[in-house]
Design a protein around this ligand. Structure first.
Ligand SMILES: [Cu+2]
Length: 224
């Protein structure tokens, strides 16, 4: 923590463009300890190699851009649509939805087998940050739909809520499946009305299906 350390630090840790050039020159030649060299002449082969790298990087960026546009709902929009929600081989991870800094108020909702328990059953309208707290032994999710109650929701063959039969706009959003023992958050804009909070995971094991919704994993929630 001495004075010298502070002075030396920034000069060596500079990760800017000049230091990259310096690094490559060092690996090619044996000229150590001569900084500030972006204006020095370099062998043409070195220059050519750098140009090729730039070209490759540009091509890669184009490929990424193309991939990102071919189906309108790629990264960054977890709020659009409810995923399959069936059991999956890969372990689920929490993917927070929205920006907590924009929330008007916060509500914690406890998830368990097979219950959804928000700390309050009613909140004023606005941007609500839900903290879903998985108290259970299995992964769960928190889906928010507009409905008078659970009985008013369409049910699929497997006992889950039939997401494809919801009216447009009825599905507000969801915090997707995340592991037991964890918290996961999502910010959703809620207009005044009646809502149902539920988990729509369907597990299949040994030919048996278990829909968390059918098991009673839902609750009514009012926005005033
Ligand atoms: Cu669940």
């Amino acid at each position: 923590m001495g004075f010298r350390g502070v002075v030396q630090g920034p000069a060596k840790e500079n990760l800017g463009w000049p230091s990259l050039i310096q690094e490559r020159r060092d690996s090619g030649e044996a000229t150590e300890g001569t900084p500030h060299g972006p204006t020095e002449m370099r062998p043409e082969t070195m220059l050519w190699r750098n140009l090729r790298r730039l070209a490759a990087a540009a091509a890669f960026a184009l490929v990424l851009a193309a991939c990102g546009t071919d189906d309108g709902s790629t990264a960054g929009e977890p709020q659009s649509g409810v995923s399959g929600s069936t059991e999956s081989a890969a372990a689920p991870t929490c993917e927070p939805v929205g920006d907590p800094a924009t929330a008007d108020r916060r509500v914690t909702a406890l998830l368990d087998e097979f219950t959804v328990q928000p700390e309050t059953s009613s909140v004023p309208a606005g941007r609500i940050e839900f903290t879903a707290r998985n108290m259970g032994a299995e992964p769960h999710e928190l889906v928010i739909v507009r409905a008078e109650n659970a009985a008013a929701l369409p049910v699929a063959q497997d006992g889950s809520m039939a997401e494809d039969q919801l009216r447009p706009g009825q599905l507000v959003g969801e915090i997707e499946e995340f592991p037991a023992g964890q918290d996961c958050t999502g910010v959703f804009e809620l207009q005044p009305g009646s809502y149902v909070l539920l988990c729509n995971i369907v597990e299949t094991e040994d030919g048996m299906t278990e829909a968390h919704f059918e098991e009673g994993m839902f609750t009514e929630f009012a926005v005033t």
